[in-house]
Design a protein around this ligand. Structure first.
Ligand code: GAR
Length: 215
């Protein structure tokens, strides 16, 4: 399955996908890693794995629409079956999300629908939550709002800082993100009528939920 991965930063989730491609557990071919930031460390990770990269700096465009249209052109030259947002920190236009409906997934560091947007770890701690986690969802027009495929839950411990909690969540991201890509590549996971179907059955709102998930 041909995929492209969009990033803005360090790319640890990208690395989990590269590792899966290299060890054969993911039957994917990462055609390109595309970043809106030229200094994203994820680009180094791609180069080290001999994966093509593209940089499209959003600051050189005069509108969100023109950036997204240019991004579509870059992505579509690879004819990917799946577009993977791995820490791609951009708000997407409806035209962009509609173009890839049902074939674009995103990882978000919260138990969606809780804590859409930024600073999710700090917000969960401040709210006094006992649990936090991450979600992989199909991307729709609603920001962090499309149907959730997989979720992993972690505990929030008494003296957690946002950074400690983020580290605990990130470990789970690196498990459920490749797992979602695998299920999609096997044709077992699809989006239909704003629902996620796994093996033909609609998943609940929280998706397939893992607690203390281990590989
Ligand atoms: C991850 O925690 C991901 O969930 C988050 O950005 C981080 C990227 O880390 N994404 C979002 O907040 C999207 N709204 P990485 O570059 O090391 O994969």
């Amino acid at each position: 399955m041909n995929v492209v991965v969009l990033i803005s930063g360090g790319g640890t989730n990208l690395q989990a996908l590269i590792d899966g491609q290299l060890d054969g557990s993911l039957k994917i071919n990462i055609q390109s890693v595309i970043s809106n930031k030229a200094d994203a460390f994820g680009l180094e990770r791609a180069s080290q794995a001999d994966i093509n990269t593209d940089v499209l700096d959003h600051k050189t465009f005069d509108s969100r629409e023109s950036f997204d249209q240019a991004l579509i052109k870059v992505i579509d030259q690879y004819e990917p079956q799946l577009i993977i947002l791995a820490g791609f920190m951009r708000i997407l236009t409806p035209e962009f999300t509609r173009h890839y409906l049902g074939r674009m997934i995103n990882i978000h560091p919260s138990l969606l629908p809780k804590y859409q947007g930024l600073h999710t770890h700090k917000r969960a701690i401040e709210a006094g939550d006992k649990e936090h986690g991450c979600s992989v969802h199909f991307v729709t027009e609603e920001l962090d709002g499309g149907p959730t495929a997989l979720q992993a839950v972690v505990p929030i411990l008494a003296n957690d800082t946002p950074e400690m909690l983020a580290t605990r969540v990130l470990t789970q991201e690196h498990i459920i993100f490749p797992e979602t890509v695998k299920l999609f590549s096997e044709g077992r996971l699809i989006m239909e009528n704003n629902d996620c179907l796994l093996d033909g059955k609609a998943l609940p709102e929280q998706g397939l939920q893992y607690r203390n998930f281990e590989k």
